[in-house]
Ligand binder design. Structure first.
Ligand code: PRP
Length: 181
């Protein structure tokens, strides 16, 4: 595994996004809707970089599109919904990675039905070269190439989410050296 993004680099980009959100929502209330599971570490760190002039509330939504595979199966399954009434509220969807865009496309449709005052998208990593639907983040940490990455919330078959940095991962090499699938 090759380290691509250090803990410090991630913290710097997270703080920059926190500053942008603090500026954009000064004096307002926002609901951070954290997309589980991958975004949990990023969202926890991001929320703490937003200043006290913003009234921050947090909720969670759980969807899955990858299963244990490294490529989206194209079907987004809703597993747990938010509890907050977001009607008339400013919502920021927090993702770890924006890849094909299918997950966010479905999430936006799902949440727009509840008529939030605004709905923005924040992602730590963006893979614009892989997009299947036209969707772009409002806040983005890193625009990246098509590498499969793990760590800081991102998994391979549910492993490696707990790593503090982000690494390039080659599933085929992993399988040939470990015999694991
Ligand atoms: C990952 C990631 C995004 C989605 C992005 O979730 O957290 O939600 O894939 O991919 P897309 O743009 O191609 O739709 P995953 O389904 O792996 O679930 P997880 O967050 O629990 O790991």
């Amino acid at each position: 595994m090759k380290q691509l993004y250090s803990k410090q680099a991630i913290a710097r980009q997270t703080a920059r996004i926190g500053t942008e959100i603090s500026r954009d929502y000064q004096g307002l209330e926002i609901i951070l809707v954290v997309v589980l599971k991958g975004a949990m570490f990023f969202a926890a760190d991001l929320a703490r970089t937003i200043n006290n002039d913003v009234n921050v509330k947090i909720d969670f939504i759980r969807v899955s599109s990858y299963g244990t595979s490294t490529e989206s199966c194209g079907v987004v399954t809703f597993k747990t919904d938010i509890e907050t009434d977001i009607s008339g509220k400013h919502v920021v969807l927090v993702e770890d990675i924006l890849d094909s865009g299918l997950t966010l496309f479905e999430l936006q449709k799902h949440l727009q039905k509840r008529q939030p005052a605004s709905l923005k998208v924040c992602t730590l990593f963006d893979k614009p070269g892989n997009r299947v639907v036209a969707i772009n983040p409002d806040y983005c940490g890193f625009s990246i190439k098509n590498d499969f990455i793990i760590g800081y919330g991102l998994d391979y078959a549910e492993r490696y989410r707990n790593l503090s940095a982000v690494y390039r991962f080659d599933p085929e090499q992993h399988q040939s050296t470990t015999g694991e699938s």
